[in-house]
Design a protein around this ligand. Structure first.
Ligand code: CTP
Length: 399
């Protein structure tokens, strides 16, 4: 079963007798742990009431492009941005025609037009309507546009005729939705991630830190959660909300991060050291706020523990993945770090291309050499990194 942390499915119901089967689909999706929002066309409301779907999904059903409950009055954008996938069940001949033609004249068609996620259509109509050359032309267009069509089935129809056009069973639609998501190949595995900067106190109000938003580390934690892992995120101070489902250990200094990592090592299968850990810390932080004077100030810094180096040198280390943020000579520096720390995989990026941004460009370095990944959102890169680490760690085979 999928975890319920961020799989939002928009179920669109259009006018057709099969709308009653959409109620069962919503029930199955909710049972599978997905968050379901239902939107209905006006015609659909003639077959089944929104109250049924509200009861099953636990959310008010949207039917109106101008719904006053949506604060910015842009329900179509709200709905499409929340959704990880849109499923239209049943999809009437009229709705298929609208999607094929790019028509956006009500809430559901406008939402579909504004989507940035996969769209699945489960057609349902009378057999003659299905066989109609116009419908078949539309189906060709929809397929060419990369839209997934589920069914229709053939058999007895509500109108009393027999032929192709009936909506597939809700279970088949559920399976098509679940197939969109990665297999839970880290179920039963523990993934430990460090993220963000550390802050090394100079005095009670000042510190030495690294520039790091924590976004990449949080993305790695999220990608591991998607694969079903038990994720512990040891994070320095960031402005981010941890992905739901992970265990957060908040720390400030490198020493605290080291202790938190050591405390979590037991049972860890994969360790992603994404944090920008301070390499030095003040030898003797002042107990009280330092007062300024005209004199130069000299602070003695002592090296911190290399957390990744420590973990990688354990007799039975987890599979260790390091990060190298460089400002130049990425390949040479990243590979040198990988060898020095004796880790199987390191992800290198140019700090100036990554810092604070949602996108990044990563190059993975392993025994086989360098594997550049194209620029992409950090979560997309994190998924690719996880996939590479899982393969190298032979975790797939051991399941
Ligand atoms: N790291 C760590 N503990 C430290 C310092 C770094 O675990 N005290 C980890 C980082 O999380 C990252 C990798 O080591 O995965 C970075 O390697 P490192 O050689 O420490 O990088 P820099 O500190 O950037 O080295 P340099 O300043 O020499 O470039």
């Amino acid at each position: 079963m999928l975890k319920s942390f961020h799989r939002h499915i928009l179920v669109g119901v259009t006018g057709g007798v099969a709308a009653y089967k959409a109620a069962e689909l919503v029930r199955l999706l909710v049972k599978a742990g997905l968050q379901v929002q239902v939107a209905m066309t006006e015609a659909a409301c003639g077959f089944v009431t929104p109250a049924t779907f509200q009861a099953l999904s636990g959310r008010p059903v949207l039917t109106d492009l101008w719904d006053p409950r949506v604060p910015n009055r842009m329900a179509h954008i709200e709905l499409s941005r929340q959704a990880d996938a849109i499923v239209i069940a049943p999809a009437s001949a009229n709705f298929l025609a609208k999607v094929a033609g790019g028509i956006a004249d009500d809430l559901l068609s406008t939402t579909v037009s504004a989507r940035n996620c996969p769209l699945l259509l489960a057609p349902a109509m009378n057999r003659e309507m299905w066989d109609n050359p116009a419908t078949q032309r539309n189906i060709d267009i929809l397929k060419a546009d990369g839209i997934t069509l589920i069914g229709p089935d053939s058999g007895d129809q509500a109108c009393g005729e027999v032929g192709q056009g009936r909506m597939v069973e809700p279970q088949q639609i559920l399976e098509a939705v679940l197939a969109l998501y990665p297999a839970q190949c880290l179920k039963g595995r523990k993934v430990l991630v460090t993220a963000g900067p550390t802050v090394e106190a100079l005095d009670p109000v000042r510190g030495i830190t690294n520039a790091s938003s924590g976004k990449m580390g949080y993305a790695v934690a999220e990608a591991a959660l998607e694969l079903g892992a038990h994720v512990v995120l040891v994070s320095g101070p960031t402005a981010l909300t941890p992905p739901p489902g992970c265990e957060l250990r908040s720390v400030t200094s490198a020493a605290q991060m080291f202790e938190a990592v050591k405390a979590e090592l037991s049972g860890t299968d994969l360790f992603f050291s994404v944090a920008a850990v301070a390499d030095y810390t003040p030898a003797a932080p002042a107990a009280q706020k330092l007062k300024k004077s005209e004199q130069n100030l000299t602070i003695t810094l002592v090296p911190t523990e290399d957390i990744l180096g420590y973990v990688a040198a354990l007799p039975k280390p987890p599979f260790c993945v390091g990060f190298a943020a460089e400002s130049e000579n990425l390949e040479a520096y990243a590979e040198t770090k990988r060898r020095k720390k004796n880790i199987p995989l390191i992800a290198g990026n140019l700090a100036q291309r990554a810092l604070g941004r949602n996108d990044n460009e990563l190059t993975l370095f392993d025994d086989e050499g360098a594997h550049p990944l194209p620029a992409a959102p950090k979560l997309v890169l994190a998924r690719q990194l996880l996939d590479h680490a899982i393969t190298l760690a032979h975790l797939k085979e051991r399941l």
